[in-house]
Design a protein around this ligand. Structure first.
Ligand code: PGA
Length: 253
């Protein structure tokens, strides 16, 4: 038995409107309700759907959160959004350093680090995403890449702060491609991450941290993934967009 409670996160990316998000939650909740005392379910809709989603999820134990935020508290940062705004809209967590932010919008570890600091300071759960590209894996650099991402993105974070931290290992080559990492490959990477986290926060700290796998997760691979000792849950994109499909994933975790 694992000590860490399973966490299942939906990342809806730039897909659902506010109305669609509420409708999803209304259909989805009855399908997973019985299991929600044994697992944590998080949903990250778009910014404009946060409020509607958090109203729809009220009293359900489903937690609503954002896909990104800026690290400054407020000011002249056109187009950005603050932790205070997210919290006001009902967000309880935020994804940080997602592969699409890193690769399409040029976010680097230094920027992600500032965001992690802000989120933890404001008591928003920070889900820090890391992962290697196919090229990095083929060059045998997976361990080095993951270690650098974790060390730099978590620089200056103190062990007392990590109760609000979750790590997501998402190999870039598995995101949205239909090619999921095997459970064995994911476990190997999760163990590397946990060892690195042990170096940062001590073994006890690292043992408490949940590490999620993300990248083409489907219900069929859940059992295998969740059997691995260091895989504590999943971060799901495509397969989280349909209430039935996502409910199957939640119920199998
Ligand atoms: P995917 O996305 O499940 O569609 O591969 C995962 C993610 O980007 O978080």
């Amino acid at each position: 038995m694992k000590k860490r409670i399973p966490i299942i996160v939906a990342n809806w990316k730039m897909v659902k409107t506010a109305e669609e998000s509420s409708a999803f939650i209304q259909q989805f909740y009855p399908l997973v309700k019985e299991n929600l005392n044994k697992k944590r379910v998080f949903i990250a809709p778009s910014f404009t759907a946060l409020h509607a989603a958090s109203v729809a999820a009220k009293g359900s134990f489903i937690q609503i959160g954002a896909q990104n935020m800026y690290f400054e508290a407020e000011g002249a940062f056109t187009g950005e959004i603050s932790s205070k705004m997210l919290k006001e809209a009902g967000a309880e967590f935020v994804l940080l350093g997602h592969s699409e932010r890193r690769h399409l919008f040029g976010e680097n570890n230094a920027l992600v680090n500032k965001k992690v600091h802000r989120a933890l300071k404001e008591e928003l759960v920070a889900i820090l995403c890391v992962g290697e590209t196919l090229k990095e894996r083929e060059e045998g650099r997976t361990e080095a890449v993951l270690t650098t991402q974790l060390k730099e993105s978590l620089a200056g974070i103190r062990t007392e702060q990590i109760r609000h931290l979750i790590i997501a290992y998402e190999p870039v080559w598995a995101i949205g491609t239909g090619v999921s990492a095997t459970a064995e490959m994911a476990q190997h990477a999760h163990l590397l991450c946990r060892e690195c986290l042990g170096g940062l926060f001590g073994k006890e700290g690292a043992d408490k941290l949940s590490i999620l796998y993300g990248g083409s997760v489907k219900a069929e691979v859940m059992q295998e993934l969740m059997q691995e000792p260091d895989i504590d849950g999943v971060l799901v994109g495509g397969a989280s967009l349909n209430p039935e499909t996502f409910a199957q994933i939640v119920n199998k975790a």
